[in-house]
Design a protein around this ligand. Structure first.
Ligand code: HEC
Length: 139
C-alpha cells in the first residue's frame, strides 16, 4: 500500500503542476481572443450558420466572413437592411453587430446577441480562422 502511494503522490503533484500552467496559458490567450474558446461559443451560432463556403442555412455561410462585405453571400436572401448596410466585417464591426444586431443594423433578421465581451472576442478569433477555401479543399 505505502509503495503504491509513493508512486501515486508524485504523479498527482505533476498533474497539478501541468494543470496550473495550462490554465495560466489559456487565460492569457483568451484576453486577446482565443479561437479554441471561440469554437465553443460558435456552438450557439451553428443552428443558423454553416462554416462551409456556399452552405446557407437560416443565416448565410460564415466561411470567410472576416474581411467580407455585409450582405454579400451569393444565393442568400438577406434583409434589405443588411444588404444596404455596406459594412466590411472586421473585428470592430463584428463586435458591434454581435453585441446587439438590431441596434447596429436596424431591420436585420438576426436577433440573437452575444452579451459577453470575452465571448465576442473569442468567437471573432474563431471566425478569423474560417477562410473561404478552408473547408472546401480548394486551396
Ligand atoms: C437564430 C438564427 C441565428 C443565430 C443563432 C445566429 N445568427 Fe447570425 N445571422 C442570422 C441571420 C438570419 C442573418 C442574416 C441577417 C440579415 O439578412 O439581416 C445573420 C447574419 C450574420 C452575420 C452577417 C453575415 C453577412 O454575410 O453579412 C454575421 C457576421 C453573423 N450572423 C454572425 C453570427 C454569429 C457569430 C452567431 C453566433 C454567436 C450568430 N450569427 C448566430 C441568424 C442567426
Amino acid at each position: 500500500m505505502s509503495k503504491i502511494m509513493s508512486y501515486v503522490i508524485p504523479g498527482l503533484a505533476l498533474a497539478a503542476a501541468i494543470g496550473a500552467s495550462t490554465a495560466a496559458i489559456l487565460s492569457k490567450a483568451e484576453a486577446a481572443g482565443n479561437a479554441a474558446a471561440g469554437e465553443q461559443v460558435f456552438s450557439r451560432c451553428m443552428v443558423c450558420h454553416s462554416t462551409k463556403a456556399g452552405e446557407n442555412k437560416i443565416g448565410p455561410s460564415l466561411a470567410g466572413v472576416v474581411g467580407r462585405k455585409s450582405g454579400s453571400v451569393p444565393g442568400y436572401d438577406y434583409s434589405p437592411a443588411l444588404k444596404a448596410a455596406g459594412i466590411i466585417w472586421d473585428e470592430q464591426e463584428l463586435d458591434k453587430y454581435l453585441t446587439n444586431p438590431p441596434a447596429d443594423v436596424h431591420g436585420t433578421k438576426m436577433v440573437i446577441s452575444v452579451p459577453s465581451a470575452e465571448d465576442r472576442q473569442n468567437v471573432i478569433a474563431y471566425l478569423m480562422t474560417l477562410k473561404d477555401d478552408h473547408t472546401t479543399g480548394a486551396r
